[in-house]
Structures are given as C-alpha cells and as structure tokens.
Write a protein that binds this ligand. Structure first.
Ligand code: ADP
Length: 392
C-alpha cells in the first residue's frame, strides 16, 4: 500500500494491491517442515550432507561434516578437492583418489567409497561416502550431492570378526588334515582290507572332509586378504610354465569328467612381475569353477593374450557349462553368493572363490569381469597391465 499525496504533500488517498498468498504460505510451511525433518534426522544419525560443484571445485557442507573432519574444507585456498585429499590417511590416499577418479569418469560406477582420514587433531576415522553425480549430456561430471558418515566402529567389529575367522580356520586345518590322512590310509588298505560298505562309508567321510578343507582354506585366504596379511611378493611369472603346471594339477578332474581342454597362449605375451601365490589362486578358482560347472564331455579353454594396444595381459577361461542367470550377474562376486542354477545341482561350492579372486585382482591393480549366458557357458576374464601386479 502506498500513500497518494497532492502537490502540497497532503494525504489524499492510498493506492493498494491485494494478493492471495495462501499457496506461498503453504509452500513455505512445507519447506520449513521438510528442512526441519531433514536437519533433525541427519543430525540424529550423524550423517553429514554435502554438495560439491566439480567444475568450480567448491564444496557446500553442513555442521556434521565439520564435526566428522574436524575442519572446514570449503575455505581452503587449494580448493575443496585438494583439501579433502589432504585429510586422507596415507595408507589409502592413492587408492581412494583412484577410486574417486574412476567413479567420476565412469557413469556406470556407483559413488560409494570407504576411506580412512586423519583429522587435524590426529584422530583416525573410517568414513563412508555415498553420492549422486550429476553429469552433462556427454557424461562429464558437473556436481555431486552426497552424504558422509563415520563407520569406524563397524569396521573395527568387522575386523575383529575377520580375525576370529582367520584364527578359527587356521586352528581347524590341523585336525582336518589328520582326518584326511587317516581316511586315505584306511582307504588304501594300509590297515587291512575293507569290505565294500566300509569303503563306501569311508569315501563319504573323505569327500565330506575334503569339502570342509576347501571351505576352511577359502575362509582362511579371504580373512587374510581382508586383514591385509596376504602381502604380495612379486616374481617374474612365465605364463607358459604356469599353464603347464595348472594342467597337471587339474588333469585328474578333466579326465574324470571327460572334458576337452585347450590352452592358447599367445607367444608375444611377456613375462610379468606378479605374486605366484596370487596367480595360483586366480587360475585355481577360475579353472576349478569352469570344470565344476561344465557337464561331462564339455570344453574348457584357457587363453592368455595381449589387448590390442599391447598394454594389458588378458587371461580368459571359457567353458561350455551351465552359465549364469542374467538376473544374478551383479551378485556373482559377492561373498558367499552362489547362483540359483547351481545351488542344488553342484553342492560342493563355497561362494568364496570369486569374492577372494576379485579382492586379490582389485587390490593388485587388475580387473576381473565375465560374459555368460545361462545354459550356454561362461568366460571369466582377468587383466593386468604388462608391468604386472601392484604391490600390496
Ligand atoms: P563356488 O564355490 O560356489 O564355485 P565362487 O565364488 O567360485 O563359489 O563362484 C560364485 C558363483 O558364481 C558360483 O556358485 C556359481 O553360481 C557362479 N559361477 C562361477 N563360475 C562359474 C562358471 N564358470 N559357470 C557358471 N557359474 C559360475
């Protein structure tokens, strides 16, 4: 409302407009309600929220973020990204930065990171960050909206559990090996002849024991990998020698199932620097799966070649087996996962082999993936740069 004055300045009237602001008021109320709910719930759960403008490298964060890091990142003259990098613990700085870069470059990769930081007061925390990346039409990342929270306690509990599994499986190995030796001695007739029923029972004991040994060994390897006690000791690896050795190891299984086996080793593949125990776990898992999941008289092919740019060695194990249902592709490398089409028919698996293989491959700078069609076979690929495995 504004007054209307005459030339002497006397008030002669008012000019007014009237507007219905009910909707605006309603919207304000809803906004207040939502903001209030958002602030209270994130604060109750100690979840920090942030918004990172990737193009200008500016970060907007809240007070919980400040509490988690013990500092403000958005006023750092180096920019938000460099400031955040400087908080990362040296143990995982390189890996975390690489993981983040990969997420930014690859729109298919979910933004889900776990990393250790050191706060300015020297406190070490493990944080998890989940975010959504907004991109332009060419996939270039523009902004990321995310949350951060402290998972130090959960990680410590997980670590303690893994230590327990490692210890328990280590302790279980000795008595199980004793059972194995005695069962084998009895089966070989070292303690006198057995009748057929006794042999059958003993064979069931020996098979069951072997399955247990496999599970315990896999658990031990997985727990050691997770605890970081399976360090790399790289040597020069010659693939022709390895494939020969692998074939000898699996010969009995190949013959038993009358499988055709081909090894195609490209002679131009150079020797690479890798840890023989990791190489063995990789080959062992991929080949034993191919054998396990391929019916009698099928074909297994091991191929080792270079990619087109000759920068990477690619190991491929192809089978003509039961394949993997497409709805379960994304769970194949998860711990203890076994696809629905194998659970009944092939009871001897543990669901740990591929999880362990992927953990090893990922942490040593390689890549693992597969192609498969249900009832039509699978190919599992592992690739490493020709420079070899990264040390862990
Ligand atoms: P498992 O001990 O059950 O073989 P893995 O971790 O090695 O455990 O594999 C996980 C699951 O992936 C298997 O249970 C199976 O469903 C599937 N899988 C792995 N390799 C193959 C293959 N060559 N053919 C078909 N399915 C496979």
């Amino acid at each position: 409302m504004s007054p209307i004055l005459d030339i002497d300045g006397s008030l002669i009237g008012f000019m007014a407009t009237e507007e219905d602001v009910t909707e605006l008021k309603n919207r304000e109320e809803v906004l207040e309600l939502l903001t209030n709910r958002f602030m209270r719930t994130t604060s109750a759960a100690n979840i920090a929220t942030w918004e990172w403008d990737i193009t200008t490298d500016k970060l907007i964060n809240d007070t919980i973020f400040f509490k988690l890091y013990g500092a403000d990142l958005n006023f750092d003259p180096r920019g938000a990204y460099e400031a955040w990098k400087s908080f990362l613990h040296p143990d995982n700085r390189e890996r975390t930065v690489n993981d983040l870069q990969e997420i930014l470059q690859n729109p298919k990769k979910p933004f889900d990171l776990k990393y250790k930081i050191i706060t300015p007061t020297g406190e070490i925390k493990i944080l998890r960050a989940i975010a959504e990346v907004v991109r332009d039409i060419n996939g270039k990342p523009l902004k990321a909206y995310g949350v951060n929270w402290d998972i130090t306690l959960e990680e410590e509990i997980d670590h303690a559990k893994t230590e327990f599994i490692s210890l328990a499986s280590h302790e279980l190995r000795t008595p199980m090996t004793t059972v194995r030796w005695y069962a084998e001695m009895l089966l070989h007739g070292d303690m006198g002849n057995l009748n057929d029923t006794q042999k059958d029972y003993l064979k069931t004991i020996a098979d069951g024991n072997l399955h247990l040994v496999n599970i315990v060994n896999a658990l031990l390897d997985v727990s050691r990998m997770e605890l970081g006690t399976l360090a790399t000791k790289n040597e020069v690896i010659n693939f022709s020698a390895i494939t020969e050795q692998i074939k000898n190891e699996f010969q009995a299984h190949l013959t038993k199932k009358k499988l055709n086996y081909h090894a195609n080793i490209d002679p131009s593949v150079p020797n690479i620097s890798a840890d023989p125990k990791f190489i063995e776990i990789i080959f062992q898992n991929l080949l034993s799966n191919a054998i396990k999941y391929t019916p009698n008289k099928g074909t297994i092919t091991l191929s080792i070649h270079l990619n087109a740019d000759k920068t990477h060695v690619i190991i491929a194990v192809t089978d003509t087996g039961c394949g993997i249902p497409s709805s379960e592709y994304d769970r194949i490398f998860s711990k203890l996962f076994r696809a629905t089409n194998v659970r009944n028919e092939f009871s001897e698996g543990t669901g740990l082999g591929l999880y362990l293989t992927k953990s090893i491959v990922d942490s040593t700078g390689g890549k693992i993936w597969f192609e498969s069609e249900e009832n039509n076979g699978s190919t599992f690929f592992v690739s490493y740069p020709v420079e070899g495995m990264r040390n862990v």
